[in-house]
Design a protein around this ligand. Structure first.
Ligand SMILES: Cc1ncc(COP(=O)(O)O)c(C=O)c1O
Length: 370
């Protein structure tokens, strides 16, 4: 075989997903492990979702509705937008991919922050675009430097708000002031995967942003069913955007990108508001229990408006990650994100949180960190 691999593909490091529980148990010969590594909802999908999926199983011989009519209607009514302002993806990841496919040509520039969600840069690399990566300043997006990095070749700016992995947010006033300075030819993508966990006073109103009523740059808001709605495994996310932007994204997507179960499950999840609110309340409680617990162990916890947070373990994060694996607890080491002494932990169930804190106490003692 004589493969000719383009440079932009050869240089891509595949996305490192959180270690799956099955893989850990296979490799270590252990059972009863827990995963607090991928910012998932630990309580599972709503029982309404499970019921709706069961009923749908016998319809899988048919292609799904390529327009996602009912799901788009449900999202439109919940978020008070028009269905023409929504683009659904196989996870919000796919909407990110559509944006890059539709708007970035070889040599075009895209601005992202570091650390932030890694997939933005990878899609740009696949496309042969140029990534300009702006380091966070004080754990937050450095909007000033991002603005200074814009050139005539800039097509997209990706900003995850809240940021993954720091959990920090941009205040609405700061964001609006930034958007007012971005040229009208640059699309700003606000990735709001964790918006449901944010304080209400810090959230931006999507309508004036996507409708571009103030004659400034187009803004796309990304949302997902993978986090607060507990449907990571179904893969559904969506973008809210001006219909002109949406029509470009529809040109680059496959006709049936959202499978039938995903369409039905996401609709049922939207309808179960009680379950959704319970998830938010339990997440907030879990976050404060975990933060207090790790501080008690001598670590430093960083405030977060998401379902995860960073912990400075005051020692090597990679070693701690490995020690925790032996205890059947999967977390994330933050060394590849530029924080060698940090780990990132997702809120689990009460039981999982207790187990995490006990394992952390043991591992910190074994490693002699605090
Ligand atoms: C900031 C951010 N954006 C997007 C995603 C992708 O989510 P999904 O493709 O599951 O909707 C994630 C996943 O962890 C994320 O952290």
């Amino acid at each position: 075989m004589k493969l000719i691999i383009p440079d932009n593909i050869a240089s891509i490091t595949p996305y490192p997903p959180g270690k799956p529980i099955d893989e850990l148990e296979r490799e270590y010969g252990i059972s009863d492990s827990i995963k607090l590594a991928s910012n998932e909802n630990p309580w599972g999908p709503s029982p309404e979702v499970v019921g709706a999926l069961r009923l749908e199983l016998s319809n899988l011989n048919r292609y799904p509705d390529g327009s996602c009519y009912y799901l788009a209607q449900a999202i439109a009514s919940k978020f008070e937008v028009d269905p023409a302002e929504i683009v659904l993806g196989n996870g919000s990841n796919e909407v990110i991919e559509f944006l890059v496919k539709a708007f970035v040509r070889e040599g075009d520039e895209v601005i992202t922050s570091h650390p932030s969600f890694l997939m933005y840069q990878k899609f740009v690399q696949v496309r042969g675009g140029i990534n300009h990566i702006v380091p966070l300043r004080g754990m937050k997006h450095d909007l000033e430097t991002i603005r200074e990095t814009i050139s005539a070749k800039t097509r997209l700016i990706f900003i995850d708000n809240p940021n993954n992995p720091t959990g920090t947010i941009i205040e609405p006033l700061e964001l609006h002031s930034f958007l007012g300075k971005v040229p009208e030819t640059v699309i700003v993508v606000l990735d709001e995967a964790y918006v449901d966990f944010m304080d209400i006073s810090s959230r931006v109103d999507p309508h004036p942003l996507i409708r571009n009523s103030e004659d400034r740059c187009p803004v796309v808001l990304l949302r997902t069913f993978s986090k607060a709605y507990g449907l990571s495994g179904l893969r559904v996310g969506f973008g809210l955007m001006a219909r002109e932007v949406a029509s470009c994204l529809h040109k680059v997507r496959q006709p049936f990108n959202i499978n039938q179960l995903a369409q039905v499950g996401a609709r049922a999840a939207l309808e179960d508001e009680d379950y959704f609110q319970q998830t938010l309340a339990k997440t907030r409680r879990g976050l404060s229990v975990l933060a207090a617990g790790v501080e008690k162990l001598g670590c430093i916890s960083y405030p977060s408006q998401t379902n995860f947070f960073l912990i400075d373990v005051r020692g090597n994060g990679d070693d701690l990650y490995r020690a925790m694996l032996h205890k059947g607890v999967i977390i994330r080491s933050m060394s590849s994100y530029g924080f060698p002494d940090f780990i990132r932990v997702t809120v689990g169930t009460e039981e999982e949180n207790t187990r995490f804190l006990a394992a952390l106490a043991d591992c910190l003692a074994d490693l002699g960190y605090v």
